[in-house]
Design a binder for this molecule. Structure first.
Ligand SMILES: C[S@@+](CC[C@H](N)C(=O)[O-])C[C@H]1O[C@@H](n2cnc3c(N)ncnc32)[C@H](O)[C@@H]1O
Length: 274
């Protein structure tokens, strides 16, 4: 892949989903996309870029290419320090604020194969003070393939790598070959939908959420896209609602309408309000 071809593809992917095909990803891209060129009988990456842009089947191929390049890495109980903060520091405040309404709406934006929203369902179901509340967790992702896995809720050992044997026994039923299926009880409050975070119109018709988790997604975007997506999150939060990012992501590079809240173990973002 030449430098020009890398530029062509970077432009296509970044417009489509925000993904920045950086210089250091060139060899990975080359290796993962080479079988596609062969399958489509295309001579080089310039022809591939042309196919993605102008062929009638270009949109389908773009979806395949994005799935091959964008990392879907995730697992249950990822970033436990942040999850403990959510449970012990944020949730008590939210429970107090919403005590009269007794409903909680959470969005896991960029949920990949579902481990993140399901983890939230498990954590919230374990909170006694949350009994009888109306809980709605929405998981969205760009990848239809990842969402297919999420809806099936069947996982292998990699998804369970941060899960204790006690948690495994409590939340899952065993399947063959070391695989597990999440119990129905923890699936009931979680629904999934395909959504591109760059699609302003689609995001703007979502309801308002009390908490948005968007972890390990913004790192793949350039600064301008990050800012745009974060501004949309602000608009989709209830007054006083919180945004939680991955541990390597923060909004310090640009000014936003969010308040920065330093919890004991985490930095979170809050839409001003009661
Ligand atoms: C590394 S995974 C993170 C999963 C989970 N949030 C976690 O932290 O474990 C990143 C996910 O973001 C999704 N993604 C990337 N760009 C997106 C976009 N423009 N719109 C929606 N989802 C996107 C990818 O498909 C991928 O599943």
């Amino acid at each position: 892949m030449s430098a020009e071809e890398l530029h062509l593809l970077r432009d296509i992917f970044s417009r489509a989903c925000g993904f920045m095909l950086r210089e250091d990803l060139k060899f990975i891209a080359e290796r993962r996309l080479a079988p596609r060129l062969e399958l489509l009988s295309l001579r080089d990456f310039t022809a591939y870029a042309r196919y993605l842009r102008f062929d009638a089947r270009g949109a389908d191929e773009l979806e395949t290419a994005i799935d091959l390049l964008v990392p879907h890495e995730t697992y249950f109980f990822r970033e436990p320090v942040q999850l403990r903060c959510f449970e012990n520091e944020l949730m008590p405040k939210i429970l107090e604020r919403k005590e009269r309404i007794r409903s909680l709406h959470v969005w896991s934006a960029g949920c990949s194969t579902g481990e993140e929203p399901y983890t939230l369902s498990m954590l919230l179901s374990a909170m006694p003070s949350f009994d009888g509340w109306d809980l709605d967790i929405l998981g969205t992702d760009l990848s239809r393939k990842a969402l297919g896995t999420a809806r099936k809720a069947e996982y292998g050992p990699m998804a369970l790598r941060a899960t204790t044997p006690e948690q495994q026994a409590k939340y899952f039923e065993k399947l063959e070959g070391g695989r597990v299926r999440l119990l129905q009880k923890y699936r009931e409050s979680v629904r999934f939908g395909q959504l591109n975070l760059l699609d302003l119109a689609a995001v703007s018709v979502l309801p308002r959420f009390d908490v948005i988790f968007c972890r390990n997604v913004l790192i793949y975007f350039d600064q301008a896209t990050r800012r745009r997506v974060v501004e949309q999150f602000f608009d989709r939060l209830t007054d006083g609602g919180h945004l939680l990012l991955g541990h390597s992501e923060n909004l310090l590079q640009f000014s936003t309408r969010f308040e920065l809240v330093q919890l004991e173990g985490d930095l979170v973002y809050r839409r001003p309000g009661p």
